[in-house]
Design a protein around this ligand. Structure first.
Ligand SMILES: NC(=O)c1ccc[n+]([C@@H]2O[C@H](COP(=O)([O-])OP(=O)(O)OC[C@H]3O[C@@H](n4cnc5c(N)ncnc54)[C@H](OP(=O)(O)O)[C@@H]3O)[C@@H](O)[C@H]2O)c1
Length: 370
């Protein structure tokens, strides 16, 4: 405890002076630097100022600080700020966190200062890799009381992405025991481990996940059937377990592409991929050409599936309070558990970014603040 006191005192004095410690990407070429930055202010009536206790590092953070999505998110950012000159850089990354509510806007009635929350931060806003962040109240839910801030921070972004993929895009119904059988390509990472757990908690009986051999135990412990994506007979094993009504790609591999073969046909089956070319193509070719190029890639991939009554779609992270509330409750009931692979200190943020950028996560990487 004694060790914490100087840090708390320093944080309190920074807060009193209106500044905070933050990791900032000045431009897409520089990487992140630790700086003192003004504490963000509430802009909208439903905004919530959160004192961040822990934040996860997601793959999107490692890419956004290098300019990923700048074309499309830049337009959205300009429109949201009604300012054609507004730029996304300098940018504070960090799309989710846990923490305590510091202050709320006049139309926020469900949260009060001091409440412990989990939250996601929309992609056009300054993020949570800072001592304070601002997000709408609809992006917050109560922190599960049985979890530490570090454990709780591992959940919000991957939960909302899993929900968007499985519920919004694949049209699964988590309120009515879904009957679909699901295959997850890349099931052992941050997103895959959350998707498996959400599916199992909804009552889905058969969840199969591809992963490397050394992730078998993890995937099995979550209730899914692991298949080694590098095994020479991986396709035979998947055929034995088929057909699947929903396939979720957390990886864009040859096996993921091939897995259309193990989908049911003429049963409204949906193949969802979170690895979409939308951001990279709009960055590379500009918005109009990038949108056309993404649509062409989607069409090229989807048309054969459509002819057989299947659906192929890209999916994206979307903030969703219904998801956050449900997941918070499931965590508190012990039906979902946080899978934290590695914890870093605030000052070690660049090392956390490096780890996450390799795309070989076994659960989540979380950064805890002082
Ligand atoms: N569209 C969106 O809004 C959105 C949102 C979130 C994430 N994503 C994307 O989703 C992907 C996964 O994110 P994540 O956070 O889960 O990353 P992660 O934690 O690094 O997990 C990646 C997983 O993929 C596995 N993997 C690697 N190669 C594979 C292969 N050939 N076949 C099967 N599995 C393979 C890895 O397992 P091994 O280490 O065992 O190989 C690892 O478990 C990223 O590309 C990310 O950008 C998109």
């Amino acid at each position: 405890m004694k060790l914490c006191r100087p840090n708390l005192a320093a944080a309190a004095s920074r807060a009193a002076s209106g500044s905070m410690k933050a990791w900032l990407a000045e431009s897409p070429t520089i990487g992140i630097t630790k700086i003192n930055h003004p504490i963000p202010t509430l802009k909208r009536p439903n905004d919530v100022l959160i004192r961040v206790k822990a934040a996860s590092v997601n793959t999107i953070d490692t890419k956004m600080v290098q300019g990923y999505g700048d074309e499309l998110l830049g337009i959205w950012h300009k429109a949201a700020n009604c300012n054609s000159a507004a730029s996304r850089f300098p940018m504070i990354p960090g799309r989710d966190c846990s923490g305590t509510v510091e202050s709320v806007g006049p139309s926020v009635h469900s949260l009060r200062p001091g409440d412990e929350v989990i939250a996601v931060v929309p992609a056009i806003e300054q993020g949570a890799h800072a001592e304070f962040t601002v997000t709408p109240d609809t992006c917050c839910a109560p922190k599960p009381r049985n979890l530490s801030f570090t454990e709780a921070a591992s959940v919000p972004y991957v939960a909302c992405t899993s929900w968007a993929s499985l519920v919004t895009f694949a049209r699964m119904n988590p309120r009515k025991k879904p009957s679909e059988r699901v295959l997850i390509n890349g099931g052992s990472g941050g997103l895959g481990t959350m998707a498996i757990q959400m599916l199992k908690s909804w009552g889905v009986e058969k969840v199969v996940a591809t992963c490397s051999k050394n992730s078998f135990e993890l995937v099995r412990s979550l209730g899914a059937i692991p298949i080694d994506y590098a095994a020479p007979n991986a396709t035979d094993l998947l055929i034995e377990l088929a057909p699947f009504e929903v396939i979720l790609d957390c990886v864009d591999s040859e096996l993921a592409k091939w897995s259309d073969h193990v989908m049911g046909t003429w049963r409204n089956c949906v193949h969802v991929s979170v690895v979409s070319p939308l951001m990279s193509d709009t960055d590379r070719y500009g918005v109009i050409t990038g949108l056309f190029s993404t649509a062409a890639k989607h069409f090229n991939r989807a048309y054969k599936s459509h002819m057989q009554g299947r659906w192929y779609t890209y999916a994206y992270f979307m903030p969703n309070q219904e998801c956050l509330l449900q997941v918070s409750k499931l965590l508190e009931e012990g039906k979902i558990k946080p899978i934290v692979e590695k914890v870093y200190k605030f000052d070690e943020m660049p090392a956390a970014y490096e780890k996450v950028s390799y795309l070989h996560g076994k659960g989540k990487t979380v950064v805890e603040f002082d």
